[in-house]
Design a protein around this ligand. Sequence first.
Ligand code: HMG
Ligand code: MG
Length: 306
Amino acid sequence: MNTDTTPLPSHVRLVEVGPRDGLQNEKQPIPVADKVRLIEALAAAGVRHVEAGSFVSPKWVPQMAGSAEVFARIERRPGVVYSALTPNLKGLEAALEAGVQEVAVFAAASEAFSQKNINCSIAESLARFEPVMAAAQQQGVRVRGYISCVLGCPYDGEIDPARVASVARELDAMGCYEVSLGDTIGTGTPGKTRTLIDRVAREVPRERLAGHYHDTYGQALANVYASLLEGVAVFDASVAGLGGCPYAKGATGNVASEDVLYLLQGLGIETGIDLPALASAGQRISDLLGRPNGSRVARALLAARQ
Ligand code: HMG
Ligand code: MG
């Protein structure tokens, strides 16, 4: 654990996963135009990395079936990365066809979750990523790596940080520029988060790690702070706290982007994002989905506006 007085990072990169992680679990069909509008509003608010969709089997995740159309229709701002999930070569090929410039492969730290989510073992998934990496590299497409269930699994329970570290090492070695650590079911607490990062950082430098915390147990913001103390400076978050995971029953959305931004602003950490504009984007999609805004900061800001 980082027990010295290392200063907090001066700048954080926020990866907005609302349009993908946030919307993938929605049962009601969401028109492509609404997804496009959300993505464009996020970029207009200053978000520099938007995960805009995924090229997965439509039988597994029907909501993401329109991703190619989303990518065809978004107006891309210079300097903004619009990325997508690709679980295999078929997904990568579809993503390339759609003009996606960055993709992410996703593995798990638990065997049971790997089977439920992508229908193969951890080792099989890593082998499946090899041709994805090769084809992406050939096309000059950067690849990010995800690991799910880093702080607990809905099927296997406790996860040994050494297991996470070993998957992280493999993703790093195959060429992922960054490894995002997913607390899929939000059971992690700050002490465990720090221990995890400390262990994983023995295999992959902290500069190449990201935190991806779901807020099911209300610990996500505390886990972001714990990660900052460990020198992590990239966080995935979902506007209005949208989301859940189709293969983790009861799991709620990611930490809300607005809440992370408010925390970072309070610490004097730069992100380049405009909080009121972000809050407006989150309220609009919440209204469209007919649900309360999952960001406490957005709710407070919007109430104060009235
Ligand atoms: P499978 O059934 O084993 O695949 O699924 P298969 O290779 O046997 O193919 C079966 C059918 O799927 C075939 O079609 C393929 O063509 C098709 P059919 O001949 O039956 O008509 N297929 C595809 N179609 C479109 N795009 C593709 C694709 N691949 C095969 N890429 C597979 C294996 C990986 C495809 C499936 O399990 C899948 O799509 N899983 C995705 C699950 C998912 O998206 N989960 C949510 C994202 S992960 C997440 O949320 C966690 C994260 O946020 C971090 C965290 O919070 O922890 C990232
Ligand atoms: Mg997630």
